[in-house]
Each structure stands twice: as C-alpha cells, then as structure tokens.
Design a protein around this ligand. Structure first.
Ligand code: ATP
Ligand code: LTN
Length: 333
C-alpha cells in the first residue's frame, strides 16, 4: 500500500482567529485531513518574534488549539501539537541557519514590512523567522504545505534550503510543494476592503473573530463599509460588496453569480442581513464547540501532549540523519 503523503502547516497564537484565517487556512486543512498524514502546529516560537505578554500568549496558544479542533480538525486523525514542545525544530533551525545567506533573508517581503512597522523591535528572530519555518516543514519530510499566498516566498526558501542540503551532503529532505486556496481566497477588512482582514487590526469592526457571538457578527456586517452604487454586483469597483459576496459564497457553497441574481432589484440592507445570517449559521456550531473545549483543559492538554510525542518521534529521525551528515559525534550514552 502507498504511504500517505505528508502535510505540515501552522498558525501563530499571536491573537484570536479571524474569519480570514478560517477561510484562508484552516478550512482547507479540514478538507485535506482524510487523504494525507497531517501535522498541524500552534507555532508559538514564531509568535515571539513580535513582543507578547506571557499570560496572553499562553491563553492564545490554548485558544488556537481549541479553534483547530472546533473548526473540524480531528485529533485522532492528525498530529496536533505546540511547536515549542518539540525542540528538534530549533535544532534543525540552527543547522539551516548556517546554510542560509543574509541576502536571501533580507529580500523577504514579510521581513521588510515587519521591520518597517517595528523599527524599535528589529530583532534577529524576525530576520531568521523563515529559517525556523523551513525547519518546521523539512523535519517531517513534508510533501504539501497549505498556506495563504502571503507565505509563498517563505516556502520557496524551504525548498532552496532542502536542495542545498541534499546537494552538499546526500539526499536527506523531501522537497515540499505549496498548496494554496482555490481562487486565492483572501478575506478583506470590513472597514477598508482593499486591505486584508487581520487579527492585529486596531479597529475591531474590521474583522470577524471565530469567537464573536451572533449579535456582534450582525452588528459588524451592518457597519461594514460598502459604496453608494446600491446594486449587489461582483466588481472590483465595489470592493466591500465583492468581499461580502466572497464570504457568502465560501460559507454557503453557492456560486457568486447565483447570489448576485438573488439580490437583483434589492438594496444592500437585505443582502447584508442575509450575509450576516450565513456567517452566524456557519460559525455558531464551531463557536459552541470551541467554548465547550475551552472548559475542558484536561482534554486539550492530553491532545497536545500526545501530539508532541508523535511529532517528536518523526522529527527525531530526520534530525538524527542531519546531525550524522553534518559530522557531529553520535552520543553513546
Ligand atoms: P496577522 O493577521 O496578524 O497579520 P496572520 O493571521 O496572517 O497574522 P497566521 O496566524 O500565522 O498570521 O496566519 C495563519 C494563516 O491564515 C496563514 O496561512 C495565512 O495565509 C492565512 N490568512 C491570514 N489572514 C488571511 C486573510 N485575511 N484571508 C485569507 N487567509 C488569511
Ligand atoms: N509563517 C506562517 C506560520 C508558519 C507555518 C509554518 C506555515 C510557521 N511555520 C510551517 C506553514 C508551515 C504564517 O502563516 N504566517
């Protein structure tokens, strides 16, 4: 029997999950879990490249784990774990650091963006962030990496590093491929629909959180920025309406054309009310499960502990090979 192909992905516990994270990432993961052997990590080591308060980071890591499961990732089928629990990620990162060129890292657009925004915190971790991400991926001999297209450049580095190591020593790492959402599903801000919906936005009306209650969702959609055309149409000139149509379509499974037809001759009021109900209908069962899971800390701890053990066993194998090829002495006791 053919072995299942391997998937690795992760999200940072740097805030609360938004509808953007769900439609751009986790929803895809749930669709892949039956066909592949999957590793999904809460990447807390990446999160501290931006200052975090310890208590909040711990809470967010637990919440993100609960969201993974509430959104439909089955802990029986997948390996779900906390990145900082598997130290091999850091050990492989060190080796890869010594093979990564400064020039490669300074060309990364995420680094350029983030370093401009946080000049006061231009730490080395922000610079080597992509090398840690490469280590995450390569440790598990990953075939496919489902991420939003903002991560393409980082994935390219992981591929380059894998090839570089394989050529310098001998074949060791699988070369991973990216797996991007169909149609590039990028959910936009509800307040400035030309910018992506981001959990770190200072305006709470700009995003919908997976943990928002139905009334909050209705209020945010009602206040979402549209335009003065007054016609529900899928056009780049109406980015607010276009974004709501994309969300409506992704969550209901109805094609955009069909939704546009349903609102012919009607104003934005009806369309917004119905869009809000589609979102509430999709998120409410997940929110209930999420709240239930958060009250079951023992269960969550069991999942992440078992996950770390499974992940470690796989990671250990790759790291042992790497250490041998690089020329480190083997431990004898
Ligand atoms: P921030 O919003 O603070 O910039 P982030 O949400 O982009 O952070 P992660 O939590 O690491 O950072 O992202 C997890 C995944 O969610 C990534 O694969 C990313 O591509 C995807 N993602 C994030 N925002 C959106 C969005 N608005 N639309 C679609 N996908 C998104
Ligand atoms: N940088 C990623 C999160 C991440 C990741 C990974 C994604 C860290 N390590 C490995 C896929 C594979 C982001 O989505 N912001």
């Amino acid at each position: 029997m053919d072995e299942k192909k391997i998937i690795f992905s992760g999200a940072q516990p740097s805030g609360k999950m938004t509808l953007g994270n769900y439609l751009g990432a986790i929803k895809n993961w749930t669709e892949l879990q039956n066909e592949y052997e999957c590793f999904f990590s809460v990447v807390d080591l990446h999160a501290i490249t931006v200052p975090q308060e310890a208590k909040v980071l711990r809470e967010n890591a637990m919440k993100l784990l609960a969201q993974y499961i509430a959104c439909g990732l089955d802990p029986e089928k997948n390996t779900i774990f906390i990145q900082s629990h598997v130290k091999e990620h850091l050990e492989l990162m060190w080796v890869l650091n010594t093979m990564t060129y400064m020039g490669e890292l300074s060309r990364m657009t995420q680094f350029k963006d983030k370093s401009q925004k946080s000049e006061a915190n231009l730490n080395a971790g922000l610079f080597t962030y992509p090398v840690l991400m490469a280590a995450d991926i390569l440790l598990y001999q990953t075939d496919l990496v489902p991420v939003g297209d903002d991560q393409k450049q980082h994935l390219e580095l992981a591929r380059d590093l894998a090839n570089r190591f394989n050529n310098r020593y001998s074949p060791t790492f699988k070369i991973p491929e990216g797996y991007y959402p169909k149609g590039g599903a990028r959910v936009m801000s509800l307040q400035e629909p030309t910018k992506k919906m981001s959990k770190s936005d200072s305006n709470e009306n700009a995003f919908i959180l997976l943990e928002d209650d139905p009334d909050t969702i209705r209020r945010k959609i009602k206040r979402s920025v549209t335009d003065s055309e007054g016609v529900v149409r899928y056009s780049p000139e109406q980015p607010g309406i276009k974004n709501l149509l994309d969300i409506y379509s992704a969550l209901s499974g109805k094609p955009v054309d069909e939704i546009v037809k349903m609102y012919e001759g009607k104003g934005y009021g009806d369309f917004k009310t119905d869009t809000a109900e589609v979102i509430v209908g999709a998120l409410e069962p997940m929110r209930e499960k999420y709240l239930y899971l958060l009250n079951n800390k023992d269960y969550l701890e069991k999942i992440y502990s078992e996950g770390a053990q499974k992940a470690e066993a796989k990671a250990r194998k790759t790291l042992r090979k790497v250490y041998r090829k690089v020329g480190f002495l083997e431990r004898k006791y």
